[in-house]
Write a protein that binds this ligand. Sequence first.
Ligand code: NAD
Ligand code: WQD
Length: 349
Amino acid sequence: MRILLTGGAGFIGSHISLLLLQKGFDLVILDSFVNSSTNVIKVITSYVEKKSSKCNLKIINGDIRDRNLLEKIFIDSIKDSKPIQAVIHLAGLKSVADSVLNPLGFWDVNVCGTNNLLETMSKNECYSIVFSSSATIYGLPDSLPIREDHKVSPINPYGETKVAIEKMLEGLYKSNINLWRICSLRYFNPVGAHPSGLIGEDPIGIPSNLFPYISQVAAGRREFLNVFGDDWDTNDGSGVRDYIHIMDLSEGHIAAIDYLTSKESCFEFINLGSGKGYSVFEIINQFELSTGVQIPFIIKGRRVGDIAKCYADISKAKNLLNWFPKRSLEEICLDGWNWQKNNPNGYIL
Ligand code: NAD
Ligand code: WQD
């Protein structure tokens, strides 16, 4: 089965790519490398070839906003007699802070880029898509754990683009309900790294997310962690989130592809998280316990746009996809540290 993976060189995409290739899928990765390194492709290719000899991978360095390029990708696959049968759509901009400063740039890439993709898929009779949505769309939770029928009220342009795309997908499905097979996976906080330590999260510049920041403190790249608030309405005053191992998240995509393949047509929103909430202090403590590396921190004021608690109800993923997270917080810390200590400066560009 040939799958187009947009954004396949990114943090999440690289882990999904490796898993799909190991399972024998034929993969086309489209990535502009605006937020990833081309080195990751070499790492993935050599790992897969060592493990399973065959690596059916085609890399296209390009932008999802390039309609002609998208059309060529689909047409060339048909000419290869390997038509693209499904798309896992990860390409996009994801920084909340950047979205506040550059909302139009986020609407252009995330929404216009996705519109390009969907129109090209439709034109080439490819009707299966797994989309990377985000728990950000829920905004300030009314209730916890968060179920998929929780109100959707994003509080930043990034989250608004994800909601807009989900609306596009819903409209597309309703336009011909016997045709499209769509899963919108709402990721909570993907963290950690592949157990080999060969691929992991390598944010450009200063990490805005907790886990890569802690990893860089442990690697000596950062002096200390800033804890954004210890006066939240949580057990220990620090923010609580749902951290899911990147490999559990990646396996969730395989389960979603299998689910789409089994259906005539469908349209589902599905939370992908661990179903547990951990505080910043709990993450720091677990990281230190698992790795033996101390994480110095200072308490700062709350970060604009932050919320106290957010964690998922994952029963729908369990019931519909027969998927559940298998890896512990300890494995998240060990695998994340294994990547960072082996690659203190990330993928060397
Ligand atoms: P990432 O930035 O590591 O990966 C995104 C990839 O898309 C990068 O390789 C980047 O080069 C590529 N890209 C960006 N704009 C592009 C364009 N116009 N054309 C082609 N390629 C483009 O981010 P990630 O953490 O792997 O996230 C992947 C997806 O999952 C994103 O859509 C993000 O919004 C979503 N998501 C991420 C998180 C998270 O915490 N990481 C949580 C929820 C949802
Ligand atoms: C986690 C907790 C912070 C950094 C973000 C995006 C969301 C999604 C996942 C794309 C919070 C605290 C953090 C630091 C800290 N990405 N923190 N010091 O904010 O839950 O979600 O990433 O879809 O859209 O909003 O993740 O890792 O930034 O923060 O104290 O240096 O760690 O306050 O409580 P968040 P995060």
